[in-house]
Every structure is written in structure tokens, then in C-alpha cells.
Write a protein that binds this ligand. Structure first.
Ligand code: G4P
Length: 528
């Protein structure tokens, strides 16, 4: 039996962030391959159909062949226990994607070498920065024509405002791609394409190896030397503290599809990142190695099983050990309880867990008592983790029920779905709940709302898209919102807690509001 400390030290819990199509799925698949969780790449999350295997929970997912919600995959590698948190991209991008990052200890940022930093990556990156977690970059698709590596680094530094440290350096790209030169070992890892298998034929050449000169031509060799000299002279120095506080991102070049550079990346990643670190809670920091259990809910997933109308609350364990049937204390509910049907996802299998440790994610049956951000801990411990911020929705719609007799169901449905965190609801001050303004991070959530109101609450709705794109919470508490001087396209609204907010159609009107109202303070994230 390994000790609590040993178990927790083995844990690495991270999310992969990227813009759709940069190669997140492919990289995840290759990482799982090394963990032995699957035997052949392509069998786990090989796009549309196989994504079902991982989260075939909602009817809407089946119909559309997409994954609406993010999931967690656990696998073992070289004595480590690795949890990968999936952050969905495409149109299924939602607030859950952001919240998932609150449960991660580090992030892998995948960038398409032919494109550089793209929009969705910027959004996810901002959340990582807010938490100061390490961000490790994998520049993917080097087997295709890529941008100049210096330009890629500059692009990361400029757009994201983080320093870079290339751990390896590519020689060519596309048809000319020869491999990557490791700056630490001073060896060239020769490019050999390998699409599926785990065992990749690996050729490493030292600089003084005669084979080196056969593999790269004179010009490529000269360019490599010049570029490395430039990096050594003018580039950022490697600084592990800067990496761990998210100020410097180590950069790896590779190709997930051809399985090139993935295992060296994984090995180095495990060295660069730490096991779970102490987590802030109200009044104290919680040490993961503490002998008491503590966790917080970062995601609630509705209707895994339609027949039972159940929900699953996903929680990130922050300290100690979880054991099946143990008694816990739900802080916000002020109640002792037992967590039922605790489950974990090992590759594509859902399993009931007997025990889990700080760093792990478990999903538990939720009869409707948990909210996003809630703390659960061993009885007798007064832990309360800081809440998860409410992220700014980017799409808004006016929603009302078709049949006014269904008012009660409409309010219940929208409120419950909002409580799960799938949507945010607002209303105009002094208006009732007959008509609400729904805000979502990803447009797919509108369809989810419509579908669920019809299927679970038997309410048909009319939805009218609104032109707003930006929302800001008003920080000033004593302000008379009616007296604000605002552009004509700015709307004053309130959330369910009675906080005042403003809706804008452009950055221009945000600046207008700030310029014309002295002392007005606006915030992009909502807090408890
Ligand atoms: P995502 O999860 O970030 O959205 O990206 P995903 O892994 O699904 O990859 C997007 C596309 O890019 C896929 O092609 C995938 O095969 C390809 N790809 C990923 N990594 C590499 C790489 O290192 N080199 C090259 N050349 N291509 C790569 P697709 O045609 O859209 O999908 P599929 O039909 O191959 O599944």
C-alpha cells in the first residue's frame, strides 16, 4: 500500500487548450497510447463517432455527433497517474470549458504550426493566466509546411504576452522536416512518421555523430547552428520558477499525427509540472497532502440517465483521499452526507471508484443539491474554497414561453439549468420572469436549453437573438444605474443575485460608458 503522500506525488492534472483543429484530439489520443490506456491510436476519440464513447450522455450529443460537455481521462505512465481534462472546442465551446480550467493544475497549449495563435486559444489562455498555472506549448503539425519558428515564438509572445523557451528546435517543416534538436541533450531527434503505433522507431543523433551529416545537409546544419546560437544569446533563459508561475512557456515542436515528439514531450512535461499544489480557501491554504478530504464542484452534468433525471456533479479533489461510502460534509448545504455512485473515467470506461486522491476528478450522483463552486470535505473541517468566477457570456437571446400557462415550469426549468451553470439568466430591472435574457458562452447552449426545456420541463419557448456581444458586471455597489450616461445601444440588466450589469454591442460602447461616467468600474468576470 502506498502512502497518501506517494499517491498524491504521482498526480498530474492538466487540460489541453487549443483552437479547433489544432490537434488537441490527436495529441490526447497519442498521450493515451503511451499510457497503455488504449492500444491503437484512433480507437478512443477518433473524431465524431468515437467521441460518443467518451461522453454519450445527452440525446443531443447523439443526434449531432458531438460532445457537449467536457470529460476527464485518467491514465498511468511511468509511475505517474495522469488526469487529462478535456476542454471542448468548436461550437460546443461553453462556460464548462472555462470552468474545467479551474480544476487543472497546468495546461498544454496546442498550436497549429501553419497558423500560430488563434482566437479560442487566446480566450482559454486568459483563464490560465488568471490562475498563474504553468502553460506548456506544443507546436503541432511540423510535418506540414509551417511558419518560421521564430515568427511563431514572436506571435505567442505578442498575442499572449508570455515569454517563450523553446525546449527543442525544428529543422525544416513539411516535406523538408528533418526533426527536432533538443537544446538540453544537444541531440537531434530524427523525424520518422508513425501514424498509429506506440512503439515509434526513434533515432537520436549527437552532433559529432557522422550520421548527423548524412541526415541533414550542410545548409540545414549551418542554419541550425546559427539559430541555436541566436536562441542561446538572445532568447529567454530557462527558469523553472517562471515556468511554474505561468510567466514562461516551454515550447516543443512536433507532430501529433505522425506521433513525432510526443513521448519526449510527455516525459519533459512531467518534469516541468508539479503534483497538486496547495489551494486557496477562505482563511487558509489547503495542503493537498493533508489527511482530510476536500474537494470542490467545478461542473454539473445533467441527465446522464434520462429515466432518472439525475445529475452528476464533477469535483476536483484538493486534499487527502476519497474512499467509497465515506461520510463527507457539504459546506454550502451545511449537511453531512455520503457521496453516492462515485465514478471516474479511465480512458473511455466509466468506473465506480473505491478511492481517489488529491488531483483526481470524481463524478458523483447529485440529487440537485450541489452548485458550481461548492466545497465538500471531511466532517469537522471548515474548508471553503473560493468560488468559481462566472465567465462573460458572448451570445444573448430574449427567451419566453409560448404558452403563458406554463410559467411555473418555465421559471423552474430556466432556473435549474442556470444553477447547473449551462446558461446564465438575466432580466431587465423591475421586470418579471416571464421573459428572460439568456447569456451563453457558446451558441450550442441555446439549442441545449431549448431541447431540455421541451423534453424535461415540457415547455416550448420563443427565442429571439439579441445583438449584444459583451457583458460587464458593475463593480460600484452604491451606484444608481438609472443615472448612468450610456450609449443608446447599451442595456442595463440584473442577474439572479440582483447584481447590476451592462450589455454592449461593441468595445466602443464599453469605452463610451467608462469615458462618460466618472468612477464607473466594470469587470469581465462575475464573482460570488
Ligand atoms: P482538435 O481536436 O484540436 O479539433 O484537432 P484534431 O486532433 O481533431 O485534428 C484536426 C485535424 O488535424 C485532423 O485532420 C488531424 O488528423 C490533423 N492533425 C492533427 N495533428 C496533426 C499533425 O501533426 N500533422 C498533420 N499533418 N495533421 C494533423 P482531419 O482531416 O480534420 O480529421 P481526420 O479525418 O484526420 O480525423
Amino acid at each position: 500500500m502506498s502512502s497518501l503522500k506517494e499517491e498524491i506525488s504521482k498526480r498530474r492534472t492538466f487540460a489541453i487548450i487549443s483552437h479547433p483543429d489544432a490537434g488537441k484530439t490527436t495529441l490526447t489520443e497519442k498521450l493515451l497510447l503511451y499510457g497503455g490506456a488504449i492500444n491503437l491510436a484512433g480507437s478512443v476519440k477518433g473524431k465524431r463517432t468515437a467521441k460518443h464513447a467518451v461522453s454519450d450522455w445527452m440525446e443531443i450529443e447523439k443526434q449531432r455527433g458531438i460532445s457537449v460537455t467536457s470529460s476527464v481521462l485518467q491514465f498511468k505512465y511511468n509511475g505517474y497517474c495522469i488526469n487529462i481534462l478535456d476542454t471542448p472546442g468548436h461550437e460546443d465551446f461553453s462556460e464548462d470549458t472555462y470552468r474545467t480550467l479551474m480544476a487543472a493544475d497546468s495546461a498544454v497549449m496546442v498550436i497549429d504550426a501553419s497558423k500560430g495563435v488563434e482566437k479560442q486559444t487566446v480566450k482559454l489562455f486568459k483563464v490560465c493566466v488568471m490562475r498563474n498555472i504553468p502553460i506548456i506549448t506544443f507546436i503541432n503539425k511540423m510535418d506540414r509546411d509551417a511558419k518560421n519558428p521564430f515568427d511563431l515564438l514572436e506571435n505567442i509572445e505578442e498575442v499572449l504576452g508570455i515569454n517563450t523557451y523553446p525546449v527543442n528546435w525544428p529543422i525544416g517543416s513539411g516535406k523538408e522536416f528533418k526533426g527536432v534538436f533538443d537544446r538540453k541533450t544537444q541531440k537531434l531527434l530524427c523525424f520518422t512518421a508513425n501514424n498509429g503505433q506506440k512503439e515509434v522507431e526513434k533515432t537520436e543523433l549527437a552532433l559529432d555523430d557522422p550520421a548527423f551529416n548524412n541526415f541533414v545537409n550542410e545548409y540545414q546544419k549551418k542554419d541550425l547552428f546559427d539559430e541555436i546560437e541566436l536562441l542561446d544569446g538572445a532568447g529567454d533563459e530557462f527558469d523553472i520558477d517562471a515556468v511554474r508561475s505561468g510567466k514562461l512557456t516551454p515550447v516543443f515542436f512536433g507532430s501529433a499525427l505522425t506521433n513525432f515528439g510526443v513521448e519526449p514531450f510527455l516525459e519533459e512535461f512531467l518534469q516541468l509540472t508539479t503534483p497538486p499544489l496547495p489551494r486557496e480557501s477562505v482563511g487558509e491554504e489547503v495542503d493537498p497532502m493533508s489527511d482530510y478530504f476536500s474537494a470542490f464542484v467545478f461542473k454539473i452534468q445533467a441527465n446522464m440517465n434520462k429515466a432518472h433525471r439525475d445529475r452528476i456533479a464533477f469535483m476536483r479533489i484538493c486534499s487527502g483521499k476519497f474512499e467509497k461510502n465515506m461520510e463527507v460534509f457539504h459546506v454550502q448545504g451545511n449537511k453531512k452526507m455520503r457521496l453516492s455512485q462515485p465514478q471516474q473515467i479511465m480512458a473511455q470506461e466509466r468506473e465506480i471508484v473505491d478511492e481517489a486522491y488529491a488531483g483526481d476528478i470524481i463524478g458523483v450522483f447529485d440529487p440537485g443539491i450541489f452548485s458550481i463552486g461548492d466545497t465538500i470535505c471531511s466532517p469537522g473541517h471548515k474548508v471553503k474554497f473560493k468560488g468559481i468566477p462566472t465567465f462573460a457570456p458572448e451570445h444573448f437571446a430574449l427567451v419566453r414561453q409560448k404558452d403563458t400557462m406554463k410559467r411555473k415550469q418555465f421559471i423552474k426549468g430556466t432556473s435549474q439549468i442556470a444553477q447547473e451553470g449551462a446558461i446564465q439568466i438575466f432580466h431587465e430591472p423591475e421586470s418579471g420572469m416571464e421573459e428572460v435574457i439568456v447569456g451563453v458562452v457558446g451558441v450550442l447552449q441555446f439549442d441545449v436549453l431549448k431541447y431540455r426545456l421541451e423534453n424535461e420541463y415540457n415547455v416550448e419557448i420563443i427565442m429571439e437573438t439579441l445583438p449584444y456581444e459583451f457583458i460587464r458586471w458593475i463593480v460600484n455597489e452604491d451606484i444608481d444605474v438609472k443615472s448612468l450616461n450610456l450609449a443608446s445601444d447599451t442595456k442595463i440588466i440584473q442577474d439572479l443575485k440582483g447584481n447590476n450589469l451592462l450589455l454592449f454591442t461593441s468595445y466602443w460602447s464599453i469605452n463610451w460608458a467608462l469615458d462618460h461616467n466618472e468612477g464607473l468600474e466594470l469587470r469581465e468576470f462575475g464573482t460570488d
